[in-house]
Design a protein around this ligand. Structure first.
Ligand code: SAH
Ligand code: F3S
Length: 481
């Protein structure tokens, strides 16, 4: 069950990125990431930029010359975690005055100069679109100048920067296809911290996938705040597409076309994508999922609330009924598709009846997984400016608990539905509990563990019959195809 940071392995929060030794590396970088998958992916770009400057990553804080925290602002709790961590790092800095500490990511973007004024131990503040400037900023700080760059960009996609990958399992990787978000959901800080939505050149996406395939990767997740909104027309913000030339419009590549290109070019690679936004999910994408066996049958489709009136206050661009229509369409075109959601309990003005609508929506869909949160007011967002955060804390907590319990019931039902069936599983690593077992996922993103069989290795696709399940894991055994 995922009740915490979404898409995020809770175990990975604060993980330090470790890359292979580079020649000419003279300085040590400790780079820690918090928050969503996009941040973990961005850290790989940062490591790549700094590798070129002679920085080698380390997992030992004590030996670092430079410490960077890639931060998250999505909920207040995420920011508190980073503040606490900065407090701890302060102690190290006292012993090693030449050590430099920087904050990257959403919290850097949100707090800007305040970081230097309030948290005196921070030397460098860099927003998500300014990582190319890091080498200059590091020089500035060495020369005793303030080093802040929180400029957001309409074009930056880090398209040609080849991220370093060695933190993972060598089998699954993330490839960023869009940055920023234009949706302006009233509760959300992302449009302010990550700027306008823009798409990455499909050629550079295909190149990155090719490099991954050649390095032995077997699964790629295309990443964006709103992947279905992907639209390449030569660069620039999505919102300016209307001003594009006729030729640009005629040759534009949308998400369904991108999926088709990647899936066709790399038939041996499993493809996933995240995150889908209900308002932008087109039938074309579903048709590609039905057409290509290597596109996984799983959609993360956040809804946030089951009530049309709450959805309107959240500035989500669809009603409850329209969401049901989309669900019906998915079930029709991709019948075996798994679905997961993000849900917010206790948004501004949420009544008991509106909360009940959320529960009944969940009953309708019966999601495989859910990422569920209590509403956390974020400074500067439209909700913070215009709507009181007026649901009593105890009501928020109880409603969240009801949502979580219902999701647990549905997850258990879904998992039980997979028992007795044979699943194609990509072996991703050892089972955490027992290294005599492999760990992997099926196309629906359900986790399977099963005893190792001689001759199998990480990166193999194998057939596994699920014999039983716990709430989150299927337990099985390998079988012949
Ligand atoms: N489109 C993005 C959403 C990022 S935010 C994506 O890539 O998935 C992830 C989730 O955090 C949101 O879907 C929402 O459920 C939750 N969230 C965002 N702002 C929140 C807030 N102020 N309080 C509680 N949860 C929030
Ligand atoms: Fe946030 Fe809504 Fe975009 S949740 S990231 S503004 S789709």
């Amino acid at each position: 069950m995922h009740t915490e940071e979404k898409h995020i392995d809770e175990a990975r929060q604060g993980e330090a990125l470790m890359t292979a030794p580079t020649r000419n590396a003279t300085k040590k970088l400790f780079l820690e990431s918090y928050g969503c998958q996009m941040n973990f992916s961005d850290s790989e770009i940062v490591a790549s930029i700094l590798n070129n400057e002679g920085y080698q990553t380390t997992q030992k804080v004590d030996e670092a010359d430079l410490i960077l925290l890639n931060t998250c602002s999505i909920r207040e709790k995420a920011e508190q975690t980073v503040r606490k961590r900065l407090g701890t790092l302060n102690a190290i800095k006292k012993q090693n005055p030449s050590l430099k500490i920087g904050v990257l990511g959403c919290m850097a973007e949100r707090l800007k100069h305040k970081f230097l004024e309030e948290e005196h131990l921070v030397d460098i503040v860099v927003g998500p679109d300014a990582y190319r400037d890091l080498p200059n900023l590091i020089n500035d700080v060495e020369d005793g100048r303030d080093a802040v760059n929180v400029q957001l960009s309409k074009e930056e996609t880090y398209a040609e920067i080849s991220p370093v990958r060695l933190g993972g399992n060598g089998v699954t990787a993330f490839v960023t296809i869009t940055r920023g978000c234009d949706n302006m959901c009233t509760f959300c800080v992302v449009p302010f911290t990550r700027g306008r939505e823009r798409s990455r050149d499909p050629h550079s996406i295909l190149n990155e996938c090719k490099e991954l395939a050649e390095s032995g990767y077997k699964e790629i997740t295309l990443l964006g705040q709103n992947v279905d909104s992907y639209l390449w027309y030569g660069g620039g913000p999505k919102k300016d597409f209307k001003n594009a030339t006729e030729i640009q419009k005629a040759t534009a590549v949308d998400f369904a076309q991108l999926l088709d290109m990647v899936a066709t070019q790399f038939p041996a690679i499993r493809l996933r994508f995240s995150t889908s936004n209900p308002q932008d999910m087109e039938e074309g994408v579903l048709e590609m999922m039905a057409k290509h066996k290597n596109i996984c049958k799983y959609i993360h489709l956040p809804v946030q609330s089951g009530s049309t009136t709450v959805l309107a206050r959240m500035n989500r661009q669809h009603t409850r009924e329209e969401y049901f229509e989309l669900i019906d369409k998915i079930r029709r075109i991709v019948p075996d598709c798994a679905l997961s959601h993000d849900m917010i309990a206790g948004f501004c003005g949420e009544t008991e009846a509106e909360h009940k609508d959320t529960l009944s929506l969940m009953e309708y869909v019966k999601y495989d997984f859910g990422y569920m949160f209590a509403y956390s007011e974020r400074p500067g967002t439209p909700a913070h400016k215009k709507m009181p955060d007026d649901v009593l804390p105890e009501d928020k907590k109880r409603r969240l608990q009801e949502i979580i319990e219902l999701q647990q019931k549905h997850s258990a039902e879904r998992m039980n539905g997979y028992v007795g069936k044979v699943h194609e599983v990509l072996i991703e690593g050892n089972s955490k509990r027992d290294d005599k077992f492999w760990y992997g996922r099926n196309t629906q993103n359900a986790v399977l563990v099963f005893p190792k069989v001689e001759g199998t290795k990480i990166g193999d696709f194998v057939n596994v019959k699920a014999n039983s399940c716990t709430t989150a894991t299927l337990i099985g055994e390998m079988v012949e195809a």
